[in-house]
Structures are given as structure tokens and as C-alpha cells.
Design a protein around this ligand. Sequence first.
Ligand code: BEZ
Length: 212
Amino acid sequence: MSLRLGDIAPDFEAQTSLGKINFYEYLGTAWGILFSHPADYTPVCTTELGKTAQLQSEFGKRNTKVLAISVDSLDRHAGWIKDINETQHVSVEFPIIADPERVVANLYDMIHPNASETTTVRSLFIVGPDKKVKLIITYPASTGRNFTEVLRVLDSLQLTAQYSVATPADWKEGEKVIVALSVSTQDAQTKFPKGIEIVKPYLRYTPQPNLA
Ligand code: BEZ
């Protein structure tokens, strides 16, 4: 059975480019991103891991640990990481799981046999500090993911975990947010002292509450 939002992200142990890890221990109290790529030494994957390495400090600012995975071996990872660093002008410092037996890939339902019987699709899971699955996105092998979007969702998830708000279409950090439906307009006046813009009783905006 595949994972759904709100499910507990299964724990596992795995060999990675940075040694053996236990997923939960690796995450600690941080947020986590577990993402699969179909194969080492392939072009789209090279750019994706390069982009992730470029954004390492952005993930760090968001207290988020990243963990990549493919069904390739540790030896292949080691050689490929050198290529990523060389061609994408980065230093990959996050672990990449070697999962030739597809243990983690199967645990997270990352192999979609009608797309490929042997390799993973581009699955990405965001896991909260409570170890629950907060986001699942799945892309085909031919389309590289948008990591700016991944950061945007992370910002939204972290904001909405802290405040009774939701984020509108195309929202970006710093823009106004939506007052959660669970909050009455009366309560919203005190919860959101920066003010409320009422467009409809169900559509109420407020400035992003965690900014000065
Ligand atoms: C790629 O990363 O370019 C790729 C990987 C597997 C299949 C197709 C493309």
C-alpha cells in the first residue's frame, strides 16, 4: 500500500555515500526530504542533485535535512558524485542512499512498474519533525523537479504548522496568507493583529504572521 499524507514515514537503515544511516536518527528533530532519482550517470538526475547541492544552505536555514536515493551501488554513487561536483560546480554534502535491493524504494513505493520496472520514478517526500508525511510529489524520469517549488512548499508547511493560516495559489515567502477556515473572523482579529482583509466570509487574508 502506498504512503499517503499524514501517514508516519517508515523508518529504515540504509547504506549511503556518507556511511550507514538510520533515517530517523539522521533526521533527528529536523524536517526531512527523501527524494529518489532513476539512475546515476544520467543527465536530468545530475542537474537535480547539483541543484540540491546548490541549495544546501537554503535547506539548512529551514532546518531540513535532505537524503537522495537511487537503486545504484555505492561505487557508482562515489564516481557520479565527482561528476556532479565537477559539472554543476557544487560540493554534494548530503547522503545518497545506495538501494540496489530496492528495500527503501519499495518501502516508499518509488518504483512504478508501468513507468519502469527496474528504476525509481522521481518521488519526493517531505517529512515533518513528527515523522509524518507532509508532501508527496511524483515526477517522471524525463522531467526534472523544480527545487524552488520544493523550498516554497517547505516554507508553506512550516508556516502553516505554526499558525492557523493557509497559503494561496502561487504564494511566496513574504506575501499575504489566508486565515484558516477553522478560525472565526472574531477570533482572527485577535490572532492576527496586523489586520484582516475580508473578501468573502470564507476568504480572508492577513499579512504573513511570522514577519516583523
Ligand atoms: C535522466 O536523469 O536524464 C534520466 C534518467 C532515467 C531515464 C531518463 C532520463
